[in-house]
Design a protein around this ligand. Sequence first.
Ligand code: ATP
Ligand code: MG
Length: 501
Amino acid sequence: MRKPCVAVVDDDSDFASYLKAFLLVRGYEARCYTRGAEMLASLKQTEPPDVVLLDVMMPGLDGMATLRAIKSMRQETEVIMVSGRNHASTIVEAVQLGAADYLVKSDHPEGLEEIALDVAIKNAIEKTRLVTELGELRQLADDEHQSGLGNGEKMRRIATVIEQVADSDVTVLIRGESGVGKELVARAIHDRSTRRNRSFVKVNCAALPAELLESELFGHTRGAFTGADTTRIGKFEQADGGTLMLDEIGEMKPALQAKMLHVLQDGEFTKLGSNKRIEVDVRVVAVTNRDLEQMLSSGEFRKDLYYRLKVIEILVPPLRERRDEIPTLTDYFIDRYSKKYNRPMGSISDALRQLFQQYDWQGNVRELENMIKRVIILQDEGLAIREIQRHRHRKAAASAVVTAQPPVVALPVTAGFVIPAGSATRGFSYQSELPGTASGADDAGRSLGSVARTAALKAERAAIEQALRLVNWNRRKAAVNLGVSYKTLLNRIKWCGISRV
Ligand SMILES: Nc1ncnc2c1ncn2[C@@H]1O[C@H](COP(=O)(O)OP(=O)(O)OP(=O)(O)O)[C@@H](O)[C@H]1O
Ligand SMILES: [Mg+2]
């Protein structure tokens, strides 16, 4: 390990020799200079010392001028003034200029309080070490974030926007499909802001019924409602000084949206069951994968809140639109999970990498992450190959039906959601005749257009049924998985005549 280096700057050569011996005996490397200018020149050429012991009264550049120059060249250099002068004004000036300590020489060199010198040097070296370590940790964290956010062109552009908005307190609306990394973006905004040492608080607006969500956000007083046994602070108060991430904001009911708008505008709110106004300083980041514009027209989302939230909007693209990130993300997840699960795994085959590169990743980064996790835990990359190939076959089978007769509404083909036409439809019933089409297998005499419409509707109906079945008839989830808005799905369910048995 490198010895800590201490520079001595003193025109008194006897005293400088004494200090040098003092330092060498204690295991330091010592560099001696008789002039301030000499020391400054060396600062430009050699590795900087950890600590400088600096005389005040010197010919040429005196101690104060040298101190000022050292600090302007390299702020983090620790300087201890060692002087025969003990005027209060000089000491104050040195400290104001950034000196770490001020020690007074007595008439004889040995008269300097050695213990004080020893402690002052040790403290200064410790401070240098901590500052260096902190810098390295910050760098590491920055690198991690950078790689965590993705190194592709699109994510780099998002990273630039994050840098630009982090320190303003404007509300940011983050949008994108499920699993693209919206939460990661929200965290990056917090971590890059001056709020980073305060809380980052998350609330999932879809996880709680409306009344509970209100109390979760704003807190409640004792007795505010049945079951409110104690007074509770809400997430807004928890996030005071920090950032509040409102996840799935599209699921918030309009009444609560109104209260939210009020908080965003005035920075204050009341707890449930109380009239007392509480002021908070919270930066709100809202996240959604819903089609808010469509929700505006259906009245499910308030226009005023919408415009208040989308001061800055960040759209995180799906992974299939930023394929340049797939190799780096793959390596990142392999490294991360082989360490986490203690399953060393060099890499994956080129064949699998190629499949990764072509696959459409409907579940985005989360799907890639989970697939790699499975491969690592089971130590079997064949399973990923088979999964992707199965998906391809399903997709090909579905498009064989759909491309021959384009559907009325293009529902995206989603992994695991498309079943070949004619599959079992257990659990569902639907009209025997699709609206506007003839039923039956006898297509003779019908126009091609009519045949196409019937087949397309059949394929669409099969896809919708399968999607609904997989999520136990949760239409919101099914809509997300099918990549259409909730309203569109409801219309299509009605149109295709699907109902739950
Ligand atoms: N660029 C990335 N680097 C590393 N991991 C990532 C990246 N993007 C996303 N992930 C990982 O993918 C998973 C999904 O990311 P995240 O939760 O941020 O997505 P989301 O868009 O919020 O999804 P949802 O809409 O389902 O909540 C997480 O485990 C996250 O750590
Ligand atoms: Mg999320």
